[in-house]
Design a protein around this ligand. Structure first.
Ligand SMILES: [Zn+2]
Length: 223
């Protein structure tokens, strides 16, 4: 088994992912946030009120599960409650990424879940990316997210953006990328009548492959 990453390594990776979110145009202004679990109750996270363009490892915060800043000079972002909900529900999760990528956010603001209509995406993310009903930031947004946590690894937040999570920052980031890619293809396909859903006879073996790969709720249970 590989050794768990150090706090410094997570700070560096969080800065790299933050920069990527900005470079790809998935955040504007101070949008977006990134976190990674260092140990139980110890989370490395981006600070609030700074562009993701120029965050360095030294800007990252170390917080506990009650949002207290244990190390770092800046303040924690207000959406941290969404990240903490994920960590509390899923002991397997090591990182959470939130951004407003334009195609996926366009889908989220029109209030539609996103079916996974490409075979690889079904294996990676399941049958669909659920839409978390709109809720004002804070406790109601966290309550709204909770029912989606066990079966999904990425969600559209209605009227808001995307939240994804994974074993580590790389996986959480790649899931965000896949949600944006699917949303973009779905949008392009609209001009020609929209995407065709995969039939049940195709979905079932893909979902079985997902379980065998250790993904999804049943896959994780058998790890
Ligand atoms: Zn947001």
């Amino acid at each position: 088994m590989s050794r768990p990453p150090t706090e410094h390594a997570l700070r560096r990776q969080a800065a790299e992912v933050s920069r990527l979110l900005w470079e790809r145009g998935w955040v504007a202004n101070h949008d977006g946030n990134v976190s990674a679990r260092l140990a139980p109750g110890r989370i490395v996270a981006t600070p609030t009120a700074l562009s993701k363009r120029a965050l360095g490892a030294e800007d990252m915060l170390l917080i506990d599960e009650s949002r207290r800043v244990l190390r770092g000079r800046r303040r924690i972002f207000s959406e941290v409650g969404l990240h903490l909900e994920v960590y509390a529900a899923r002991v397997d999760v090591g990182a959470v990424v939130h951004a407003h990528p334009p195609y996926a956010t366009a889908r989220a603001v029109t209030g539609r879940a996103l079916p996974c209509f490409l075979p690889e995406a079904v294996v990676s993310l399941g049958e669909s990316i659920p839409l978390v009903p709109f809720a004002l930031p804070g406790k109601s947004a966290e309550d709204s997210l909770r029912p989606c946590l066990l079966d999904s690894d990425a969600v559209l937040l209605a009227g808001h953006g995307v939240l994804s999570w994974g074993d580590d920052l790389e996986q959480a980031y790649l899931r965000m990328e896949l949600v944006e890619h699917l949303s973009r293809v779905a949008q392009l396909a609209e001009a020609s009548g929209g995407v065709h859903a995969l039939p049940r006879s195709v979905l079932d073996p893909l979902l079985a492959a997902r379980t065998r790969a250790g993904l999804g709720r049943r896959g994780r249970a058998s790890r």
